[in-house]
Design a protein around this ligand. Sequence first.
Ligand SMILES: [Zn+2]
Length: 79
Amino acid sequence: MNARIIPFPRRPRPVPVVVSLVTVDWDVARLLYVARCSRCADAFTALGLADADDWADTHTCDAELVALLAEVVIVGRAA
Ligand SMILES: [Zn+2]
């Protein structure tokens, strides 16, 4: 008997230009879902998880912002 690994079906996503690192959290204080990209620091708040998830799915990082943030981190380390 041959064991075969069947890949778990994933829902189709738009092809990202830059792979984003979005995490969705529940903000207890504001009673909102907060999607935040750890790469470009962009954030989105939503009343529903589906909306936050949609934003996370379609989010693409602003390349200029990512470059700017990388510079700030480097300057911060040098100081
Ligand atoms: Zn981003």
